[in-house]
Design a protein around this ligand. Structure first.
Ligand SMILES: Nc1ncnc2c1ncn2[C@@H]1O[C@H](COP(=O)(O)OP(=O)(O)OP(=O)(O)O)[C@@H](O)[C@H]1O
Length: 232
């Protein structure tokens, strides 16, 4: 089976410009490959580089060296060298990312935030809103909140909006940064089911799951980022 995501000798060192260009090495020479239906759980102590790796996979952080390859519409796109327009297209159709915190857009209602990724893929407004309503219902977000912008929502409510927004298009490659961190037990179970369903549909998933039970329930494999720590 062809992988949907892979890295080749991926390395990341931060350069701290405010500190005279001081170098902060994080990881080096990471080779990983994720197949459809797999969920790779990134592990390692706090500060080992899990979030940095996830951001490199999404193209939010540039790599210091090496490649991040995403299988996009039948061909490989190297996220480390692709033009911004191509990165945008890969994110629109292939690569989803659920960050820990919602990036709130002022004055836009929750239901429109969740429907937006479908609209960007060309789905008609009404159908996109219907699907958004289904996701919000599944994630137990009270309907009286749907017309409000989520800026004042609780952490757990915002996280559920974020999950709906990130997963509604069923992206073939999905990156999850602690998707259950702010959730109660019932909502954690819902999110576990959604992740397992995405796997069953053939998504390739990479995630950070601090909750052991959640990790056990969703991951097919672990990847210890700490093994790739670069000595300072
Ligand atoms: N934008 C940045 N600029 C400079 N250093 C950074 C930046 N982002 C992360 N780091 C540093 O890189 C290292 C790895 O951080 P990262 O957040 O990736 O770790 P983590 O394994 O996800 O930690 P945690 O489990 O605590 O979230 C840390 O030493 C952190 O201070």
């Amino acid at each position: 089976m062809t992988a949907l995501l892979e890295t080749l000798a991926l390395s990341k060192t931060f350069t701290l410009h405010g500190r005279g260009g001081q170098q902060l090495p994080v990881f080096a020479n990471i080779d990983l490959s994720v197949q459809p239906g797999e969920c790779l759980a990134l592990t390692g102590h706090s500060g080992s580089g899990k979030s940095s790796l996830l951001r490199c996979l999404y193209g939010n952080y540039g790599a210091s060296s090496g490649d991040v390859r995403v299988r996009h519409e039948g061909r490989w796109v190297n996220m480390t060298s692709a033009a911004p327009r191509e990165v945008f297209e890969v994110r629109r159709r292939t690569l989803g990312y659920v960050s820990q915190f919602l990036r709130v857009i002022p004055r836009v209602s929750t239901i429109d935030i969740v429907a937006d990724p479908l609209r960007r893929m060309g789905v008609a407004a009404e159908s996109a809103r219907e699907q958004a309503a289904q996701w919000l219902t599944r994630l137990n977000l009270q309907p009286h909140l749907w017309s409000l912008p989520p800026a004042t929502f609780s952490g757990g409510e915002q996280q559920r909006v974020n999950i709906a927004h990130g997963m509604i298009t069923a992206p073939p490659v999905l990156l999850l940064d602690e998707p259950t961190a702010s959730l109660d037990a019932d909502n954690r179970r819902v999110v576990v089911e959604l992740i397992r369903a995405a796997r069953a549909q053939g998504s390739a998933i990479v995630g950070i799951f601090h909750d052991d039970e959640v990790r056990e329930a969703v991951a097919t494999r672990r990847f210890d980022v700490e093994q790739y720590r670069k000595p300072i």
